[in-house]
Write a new protein. Structure first.
Lengths: 602, 261
């Protein structure tokens, strides 16, 4: 009857419009339930969205073919804003029944469309032992009292894909509803708040579609209500609370013996509240992290980029770190960049973009560091070490970015002057405290406890000083004594020398050389006085000599006569006029004065 | 004849002066200088524990110098051995009491010591006096006393040889001044030397000890002291020593619980 109706509609559509089929991508799919009970009838459908030929269907020897293949065709036609589009679909339908328990694979079928072969997907069908339910399309007899739904017919479970994870490693929590009854809808779903986790829902289709699955050897219609990625934030045994769902179940109700009952079943909506069992996860802490651990757990890669490397003072530069991978992306802390100390650095801007799937959280997070070099010069921005915990190898992995050399030139003055009018004085920035560096200069190592002070050499120096003084003193005393002796000797010799010189003079007198005579007389007197009075000859003058002679108690007449002789000698030396008689006279006078002087000088 | 004699005396004095330093220089093998340089390299490379071991090997051979103790203390500080760092800074400061870097580092290191002891207030002039004595190591005072003694000898000689009364008066007073300065600095020098030779201060090396009222295990417990504290040693009886804290408190501890500076 249905087929007939379909053909009817097809005819109707064909009448309205017969445009060529839109050239669409051909899809050829096979559809069958995953699980069937032994003896149950089920449908195996192939559908193709184009007219095909030469359909080759798989071998179905493991099943009894109850009906088919029956073909049906449907076409949809759309007219939107004058643009028409149409879809056609052909389906080939079998009604099968399993012969034996086990797993059977239905091999793909092929079809030729426009001369090209298309292959459908394959499918595995699990055949399980049926429940005691009659498989024939007879009247269901409710096994339970009306208004209640047995626990074995409707329940909810929370599945965790892992029961033991590291802190930060993701696990997937799936909430599934298992049902054998006619579910009409849900009134209220309360999902536990995943305390101790950071949770990210995996998007699911809006419509909850029920699929057949086995659980404990029985077939249920199973619907996935929610899938959530969980990232544990604390360690230890974390328990996730129960899921509570209010379901509306349609139940066939048998009323009292009315004759219509056999023909018209009456249904009643029954509200059933189901709760899941709480589950727990064992979260182990990460091994002790190395320095620079960013909190990332998963598998990541890091790239860095910089907007400019040659700038002027106070120009903004941005370094962007891009972390891509799978893991707890949202929970990654911005890695620290060791900027030169006098850079003006702003807090990093974080941007994340990710999708949640069964495989975890995939995507990237970027950190933008804006900074301004304040002073000209060459700077190095060191490489950033991004440390994460690899969930596969259970080890910390370090990824390193590039190091950047930045050249900052002096500002042209226009901009920086606006920013900083006059010279901005800054306090010295204390970056840290440390002890002062070691001494590396030349070192004199001494035996322990050695001091020059108090050593033998130290006291010897005292003694040496004293001895030196004593020696100098004694030497001086000796010199004084010796000097005194020399004076006495000279005194003694004085008259002898003088007489010798006078004799020399008398020799000159006889030989008639006047000049030499006078000179000898003068020298005899001066030499005599110098030795006798211990006055250096150079210091002697006529006045000094007469003074000294008076001091040495020489009578004034002798002094006068002495001065007279010297004057005569000097006068005669420069103006020789006297004859030899006068010279003779002077000689006599000189010897006379000399002998008196010798007696009188004391 | 006179000049020859003078020459001999001069040479004799020169040898005397040099003999002190020569004795020290000739006694240190080249190997020790090399290992000191190696220690400095290790320290610069950040291998502090190894550097400390290298320096310690030199001290264990019986040699010392300000720089050696200072570098050793730095290496110990960097390898987190606070107590022995303090000990070696104190040793360094004994050799150069006024070294600013060593004082600074000691101050930094002492911040990590558990015990906080208020210094006993000292009368101003006494503190000044101690600072004056402490301002130079023994050998520096030794130079002062020797030089001023020689000045005294020179002035005394001039006094002897000067002819006029005025000159004699002047040189006499100068000689007296030089001699008294020599005496004062000699006493300073011997004070400094006794500190160096007698080792009458120490640093506590046990994590925590109890200071007793008498030199026996049964003595009354007075204070709990922790490692890194510098104390004065005032007496000794058997294996017990009497210590004096910076705040003036005295008590007895086992000698093994501290290391003499």
């Amino acid at each position: 009857m249905m087929i007939f109706r379909k053909i009817q509609s097809l005819l109707f559509i064909l009448l309205i419009a017969l445009p060529g089929w839109a050239a669409e991508k051909v899809t050829f799919t096979m559809e069958a339930p995953q699980v069937v009970e032994l003896g149950e009838q089920f449908r195996l459908a192939f559908s193709v969205n184009a007219k095909g030929q030469n359909l080759k269907l798989p071998d179905l020897k493991d099943f009894d073919v109850l009906m088919g293949p029956s073909t049906s065709q449907s076409t949809s036609f759309q007219l939107i804003n004058g643009v028409s589009s149409s879809q056609v679909s052909f389906s080939y339908l079998y009604v099968l029944r399993a012969k034996k328990e086990g797993r059977y694979t239905i091999t793909p079928g092929t079809i030729t469309v426009d001369g090209k072969d298309y292959t459908s997907n394959g499918q595995t069908i699990e055949v399980v032992k049926g429940s005691a339910k009659p498989s024939t399309g007879g009247v269901d007899t409710p096994t339970t009292t009306p208004g209640t739904v047995p626990k074995s017919d409707l329940f909810v479970r929370m599945n965790l894909d892992k029961r033991s994870v590291h802190k930060g490693e993701h696990l997937t929590a799936t909430i599934k509803i298992y049902s054998k009854v006619n579910l009409n809808g849900f009134e209220d779903i309360s999902i536990p708040n995943y305390e101790g986790f950071w949770a990210q829902d995996i998007p699911l289709p809006q419509q909850i579609s029920l699929q057949r699955e086995t659980y404990n050897g029985e077939i249920y219609n199973v619907g996935t209500l929610k899938k959530t990625l969980l990232f544990p934030q604390q360690t230890g045994n974390i328990t996730i609370g129960a899921v509570k769902i209010d379901c509306i179940v349609q139940q066939r109700v048998r009323k009292s013996q009315s004759i219509f009952d056999d023909f018209f079943d009456s249904f009643a909506s029954v509200k059933a509240t189901i709760t899941s069992d709480p589950v727990s996860v064992n979260v182990t802490p990460l091994p002790s992290p190395p320095s620079g651990f960013s909190g990332a757990v998963g598998k990541f890669d890091i790239r860095s980029s910089i907007t400019a490397k040659n700038v002027r003072e106070n120009d903004a530069i941005t370094i962007k770190l891009d972390v891509t991978g799978n893991g707890n992306i949202k929970l990654i802390n911005p890695p620290k960049i060791a900027f030169p100390a006098d850079f003006e650095v702003y807090d990093p801007k974080t941007n994340s973009n990710f999708t949640a799937s069964d495989q975890g959280l995939n995507g990237n997070i970027s950190f933008e560091y804006l900074f301004l070099p304040r002073f000209a010069g060459s700077y190095t921005i060191p490489a950033v070490n991004f440390v994460y915990f690899d969930t596969d190898s259970k080890k910390y992995v370090t990824k390193t970015t590039d190091e950047y050399q930045i050249k900052v030139e002096k500002g042209d003055g226009t901009r920086s002057n606006q920013v900083i009018s006059a010279v901005a004085k800054e306090d010295l920035k204390q970056l840290g405290t440390d002890i002062r560096f070691i001494k590396t200069g030349p070192v004199i190592l001494q035996p322990k406890g050695y001091t020059f002070f108090g050593s033998f050499a130290f006291y010897l120096l005292y003694l040496g000083g004293l001895l030196t003084l004593l020696t100098i003193y004694l030497l001086n005393q000796k010199r004084i004594r010796e000097n005194a002796n020399v004076a006495r000797m000279k005194n003694k010799k004085a008259s002898k020398v003088a007489l010798k010189r006078l004799k020399e003079a008398s020799g000159h007198l006889q030989s008639g050389s006047d000049e030499k005579f006078y000179e000898s007389v003068t020298r005899a007197f001066w030499g005599y006085l110098s030795d006798k009075l211990t006055i250096p000859a150079s210091e002697l003058s006529r006045e000094k000599a007469s003074d000294e002679l008076t001091k040495h108690s020489v009578s004034s007449t002798i002094v006068e006569r002495f001065v007279q002789i010297l004057e005569t000698c000097e006068y005669a030396r420069f103006a020789p006029d006297g004859g030899s008689a006068k010279m003779h006279e002077l000689y006599e006078e000189a010897t006379d004065v000399m002998s008196v002087m010798e007696k009188e000088i004391k | 004849m006179r000049t020859i004699m003078k020459n001999i005396i001069q040479k004799y004095l020169l040898i005397l002066l040099l003999s002190g330093s020569l004795q020290a220089v000739s006694a240190q093998p080249v190997a020790l200088q090399d290992s000191l340089a190696k220690g400095n390299q290790l320290y610069t490379a950040g291998k502090y524990a190894e550097a400390a071991k290298t320096y310690e090997a030199i001290t264990s051979k019986g040699f010392e110098s300000f720089e050696l103790y200072y570098n050793l203390a730095n290496a110990l500080y960097k390898s987190n051995n606070i107590t022995y760092a303090i000990l070696n800074y104190e040793r360094a400061l004994k050799l150069q009491p006024t070294n600013e870097d060593a004082r600074f580092n000691l101050e930094m290191t002492k911040r990590q010591v558990v015990d906080n002891i208020d210094l006993l207030p000292e009368p101003g002039f006494l503190r000044w006096w101690h600072e004056l004595i402490n301002s130079r190591p023994a050998d520096s005072w030794g130079t002062h006393t020797l030089v001023s003694f020689f000045l005294f000898l020179i002035f005394f000689a001039l006094f002897l040889f000067s002819a006029t009364i005025r000159n004699k008066q002047l040189t006499f007073w100068l000689a007296v001044l030089a001699l008294s300065y020599s005496f004062v600095t000699y006493s300073f020098g011997s004070t400094q030397r006794s500190k160096l030779v007698n080792h009458n201060s120490g640093v506590i090396t046990e994590r925590s000890i109890r200071m007793k009222g008498s030199p026996s295990e049964s003595g009354t417990e007075l204070f709990i002291l922790h490692e890194g504290l510098s104390v004065q040693i005032t007496d000794k009886l058997g294996d017990w020593i009497e210590i004096r804290l910076a705040d003036g408190n005295k008590g007895w501890v086992k000698e093994s619980s501290l290391v003499r500076i």
